[in-house]
Write a protein of this length. Structure first.
Length: 235
């Protein structure tokens, strides 16, 4: 009889423990775990890729020029800074169309390759060829034929130069500018085109901090027409 009572008591105790454990489990499942700031940021960037691109481009471009002027120049050239603000807005639209839309159509397997895990990318020969094709199209077509001419026109227009005078400045510096571009953007483009597709534009802007600083330092200031430059050198 005593043995039966002990067994009944043990069953009641076990039932209470199981009930309390299940209640604690239900309570824990209803607790909302706090999300880390990095996770919140990346989720927002994935949901709003175009807005992320515009936000970065319109802030990074003028901030780079501002920093270069603050460190390297004696005074702040407001016309030059305004040119970089306007060029940053233009670049937000242009880079989105070129790097996401145009290259996606020219190289239809590029996004698939970008979204593969890193281990699978090493063995994907067709994807690697698409990556090289994107780099070639970027540095042999877009940069020399669109990026540099439009940059010179933007910068020149804010300093009182006509489009013709601005393009003459680019013609004079064309070879030097593009060699500088190739030396910087070949490794940078590899990074931009190999990361997942949602990270392509943020990576372009991250690497673009260095490039915009270079172009600001080398071509942002001393904006004069070819005739004025020649006259200044003769005097």
């Amino acid at each position: 009889m005593r043995r039966i009572r002990l067994q009944a008591w043990a069953r009641r105790q076990l039932g209470q423990r199981c009930c309390s454990t299940s209640q604690e489990t239900v309570k824990q499942s209803h607790v909302i775990q706090p999300r880390r700031p990095w996770t919140v940021t990346t989720d927002w960037m994935k949901k709003h890729p175009f807005a992320t691109n515009m936000l970065l481009c319109t802030t990074v471009t003028p901030l780079c020029d501002f920093n270069v002027q603050r460190v390297c120049e004696d005074s702040m050239d407001k016309h030059r800074l305004a040119a970089f603000v306007a060029f940053g807005v233009y670049q937000g639209f242009a880079w989105w169309y070129w790097y996401m839309a145009a290259l996606g159509r020219l190289f239809p397997h590029a996004m698939r390759f970008a979204n593969l895990p890193l281990a699978q990318k090493w063995g994907d020969r067709s994807g690697a060829l698409q990556l090289l094709g994107q780099i070639a199209a970027d540095l042999l077509l877009y940069v020399p034929l669109f990026y540099f001419p439009i940059f010179y026109v933007f910068n020149g227009s804010f300093h009182g130069l006509s489009a013709t005078d601005s393009l003459q400045r680019y013609r004079k510096n064309c070879f030097e500018d593009n060699v500088m571009s190739w030396s910087f953007w070949v490794p940078a483009d590899i990074l931009c085109f190999i990361v997942p597709a949602w990270l392509r534009m943020p990576m372009c802007h991250l690497t673009g901090v260095g490039w915009t600083s270079i172009i600001s330092y080398s071509r942002g200031g001393n904006v004069k027409s070819i005739g004025e430059s020649e006259a200044a050198s003769m005097s």
